[in-house]
Write a protein that binds this ligand. Structure first.
Ligand SMILES: O=C(O)[C@@H](CO)OP(=O)(O)O
Length: 237
């Protein structure tokens, strides 16, 4: 059996402010920092250890990985970063308050932008300051790879090469793997691994800072899946 742990980053400042985030590189909130440490603490208490970590190039996810590993005294393991694990690129919605957007466009439209795997949010243009082509960390990406907007199905397509070429070989060589990423990039991975329908993935909401354990067979079919909670302390007597 192969075991994989997925961890959504701790709460970010824009999660707290209820804003569409996408590739905006916002930091963790105080609560997010606490959640990231707590995740490591819970993993340690359950006896987990990792050989390698994979994360995105966004600081809320990088810092979550770092704090989680620190709480486990595993800061020494290799951690590989890839833009392919980034959050879904939310186009022109990035930065907007979700409640204001609902007031302007209606609940149904906003829900489609957020959860319909094929619905594209309004795109930005390359002269927009939010265009990733202006950011040094994406300078090796081709024009086709630089998004102007992205739906969940496109997020799966760009995350998949990293899954098959990097994460799967690590799992197959029996390394213990921690993937720290984002609400939608993790939903994309789980949809692929679990063969979830569009309706099922629309219902999937992975909470921040809570380790999700996937047990897989040798063909990478899911056998079991559960969130790790703090172990219950034995009561007095
Ligand atoms: O804003 C975002 O980038 C994501 C994750 O926080 O939001 P949503 O859950 O609406 O897809």
């Amino acid at each position: 059996m192969l075991k994989l742990v997925l961890l959504r980053h701790g709460e970010s400042i824009w999660n707290q402010e209820n804003r569409f985030t996408g590739w905006t590189d916002v930091d963790l909130s105080e609560e997010g920092l606490r959640q990231a440490w707590h995740a490591g603490d819970v993993l340690r208490q359950h006896g987990y250890m990792f050989d390698i970590g994979f994360t995105s190039v966004l600081k809320r996810s990088i810092k979550t990985m770092h704090l989680t590993l620190e709480a486990m005294d595993l800061l020494w393991i290799p951690v590989q970063k890839s833009w392919r694990l980034n959050e879904r690129f939310y186009g022109a919605l990035q930065g907007l308050n979700k409640a204001d957007t609902i007031a302007q466009y209606g609940t149904e439209q906003v829900q489609r932008w957020r959860r319909d795997p094929h619905e594209l949010p309004p795109p930005i243009t390359p002269d927009d300051p939010r265009y990733p082509g202006h950011d040094a960390r994406y300078r090796h990406l081709t024009a086709r790879e630089l998004p102007l907007t992205e739906n969940l199905s496109q997020t799966i397509t760009r995350a998949l090469p990293f899954w098959t070429e990097t994460i799967v070989p690590a799992l197959r060589s029996h390394q213990k793997v921690l993937v720290c990423a984002h609400g939608n990039s993790l939903r994309a991975l789980v949809q692929y691994i679990d063969h979830l329908s569009d309706a099922e993935v629309a219902e999937l909401d992975i909470p921040t800072g809570t380790p999700l354990v996937l047990e897989l067979d040798d063909d990478l079919n899911r056998l079991n899946q559960y969130y790790l909670e703090p172990p219950t302390q034995p009561g007095p007597g």
